[in-house]
Design a binder for this molecule. Structure first.
Ligand code: ATP
Length: 333
C-alpha cells in the first residue's frame, strides 16, 4: 500500500473527541498521513439532509482507507444503519475484532487472546424484513456459500500468517439446520485446505458460557454476523470493556477501521471518553498501510501509560480525561 491519504469520518457522540485524540497521536508518532476529514451522522443530517456527505463517499472511493469514528443511526424508520450501509456498499465482508488481555488492565480474566472474525454482509443484517400484519413481522436470515467461504478463508489465512493454532466455527446448526448448517459445512470444507490449523465447531450458546468460564481456550473464532456482534461485546468485557476493542472491516478493495463501541451518548462532550479502542483501530490501519514501525511505537506508548496506571480514563478506573490521557501517550512517544 502506498497511499498516504486516508479518509476520516468524525461521527456523533464521543466520535469527534476520540477522533481529535487519535489524529493528534498519529501526527506525534510521525505517521505522515494526509487526512480528508468529514463530519458524518446526526449533525450532518440535520444541516444537509444526508448522514454522510457525497464528498465523504467520493473520498473513500479515492483513498480506499477509512478511519471511522462511531455514528449514531437516528431512531425510527427510514434510516438504515450507517455502519450496515458502509459494510454493504463497499463489501467490507471481514470484520476482525482482536480481544487481548492487557497486564495493566485488571479484570477477573487473564490470558485472553481471542481474534474474532465476524461475517459482515449477510445473516439477519441483510435487511430483508416484512410486516405480515399488525402483530407479525418476519426477518429473513440469509447465509450463502460465497460469503461463508470468504470469511472462513479470512480466519484461516489470519491463523496461518499469525501462527495461531486453532479456528473455532460458532453457529447454531442444531436449530437452523439449513442456514447455520451450510455455514458449518463450508467451514469444514475450507479447513481441509489448512491442515496445520486445528478446526473445531461449537454452538453459540455454549460458546457464550465457555468464553466466561475458560476464555483462554479460544484462539481464532469465525462466525456469522449476529453471533459475532454479540460475542465480541462479550469478549470486550473479558479484557476490560468496550473502550479497549478495536476492529477492521476488510473487503477486496476497501478497508475501514473503527472501534467496536458506539457513540456513547451518555458520556459525549464530557471529555472522559477512552480513545484506546479507536487508537488501536488506527494502529491496525497503519499496519494495513505498511507502517508497522509507527504502529508498534504507538502500541508501546499506550502499554506504558496503561501500565503506569496514574493517567487512566474513568472506564478503566481512573479519573483522567481524554485530553490528559492523549497527552500522556504523546509524551511516551
Ligand atoms: P451502539 O448501539 O451504537 O453500539 P450503545 O449505546 O449500545 O451504542 P455504546 O455507545 O458502545 O453502546 O456504549 C455502551 C456503554 O459503554 C456506555 O455506557 C458508554 O458510555 C460506554 N462506552 C462506550 N465506548 C466508550 C469509550 N470509548 N470510553 C468510555 N466508555 C465507553
Amino acid at each position: 500500500m502506498e497511499t498516504n491519504t486516508i479518509t476520516v469520518f468524525k461521527g456523533d457522540g464521543i466520535g469527534p473527541e476520540i477522533t481529535d485524540a487519535v489524529l493528534a497521536i498519529l501526527d506525534a508518532a510521525g505517521a505522515d498521513l494526509d487526512y480528508e476529514i468529514f463530519r458524518v451522522g446526526a449533525a450532518e443530517y440535520e444541516e444537509n439532509g444526508a448522514l454522510i456527505p457525497e464528498e465523504g463517499f467520493a473520498s473513500f472511493e479515492k483513498t480506499h482507507v477509512l478511519l471511522k469514528s462511531p455514528i449514531t443511526t437516528p431512531l425510527g424508520t427510514g434510516f438504515r444503519s450507517l455502519n450496515v450501509t458502509l459494510r454493504k456498499k463497499y463489501d467490507l465482508y471481514a470484520n476482525m475484532r482482536p480481544a487481548k488481555s492487557n497486564a495493566a488492565v485488571k479484570t477477573p480474566f487473564e490470558r485472553v487472546d481471542i481474534v474474532m472474525f465476524r461475517e459482515n454482509t449477510e445473516d439477519l443484517y441483510a435487511g430483508v424484513e416484512e410486516k405480515i400484519d399488525e402483530n407479525t413481522a418476519h426477518s429473513i436470515k440469509i447465509i450463502t456459500r460465497k460469503c461463508s467461504e470468504r470469511i472462513v478463508r479470512s480466519a484461516f489465512d489470519y491463523a496461518v500468517k499469525n501462527k495461531r493454532k486453532k479456528v473455532t466455527c460458532v453457529h447454531k446448526a442444531n436449530i437452523m439446520k439449513l442456514s447455520d448448517g451450510l455455514f458449518r459445512d463450508v467451514f469444514y470444507e475450507i479447513s481441509r485446505e489448512y491442515p496445520g490449523i486445528e478446526a473445531e465447531d461449537k454452538i453459540v450458546d455454549n460458546v457464550a458460557m465457555q468464553l466466561v468460564m475458560h476464555p483462554e481456550t479460544f484462539d481464532v473464532i469465525v462466525t456469522e454476523n449476529l453471533y459475532g456482534d454479540i460475542l465480541s461485546d462479550l469478549t470486550s468485557g473479558l479484557i476490560g470493556g468496550l473502550g479497549l476493542l478495536p476492529s477492521s472491516n476488510m473487503g477486496t478493495d476497501f478497508a475501514m477501521f473503527e472501534a467496536v463501541h458506539g457513540s456513547a451518548p451518555d458520556i459525549a462532550g464530557k471529555g472522559i471518553a477512552n480513545p484506546t479502542a479507536f487508537l488501536w483501530s488506527a494502529c491496525m490501519m497503519l499496519e494495513h498501510l505498511g507502517k508497522q514501525e509507527i504502529s508498534a511505537k504507538i502500541r508501546r506508548a499506550v502499554d506504558e501509560v496503561l501500565k503506569d496506571g496514574t493517567i487512566l480514563t474513568p472506564d478503566l478506573g481512573g479519573c483522567a480525561g481524554t485530553e490528559a490521557y492523549t497527552k500522556a501517550i504523546i509524551e511516551r512517544l
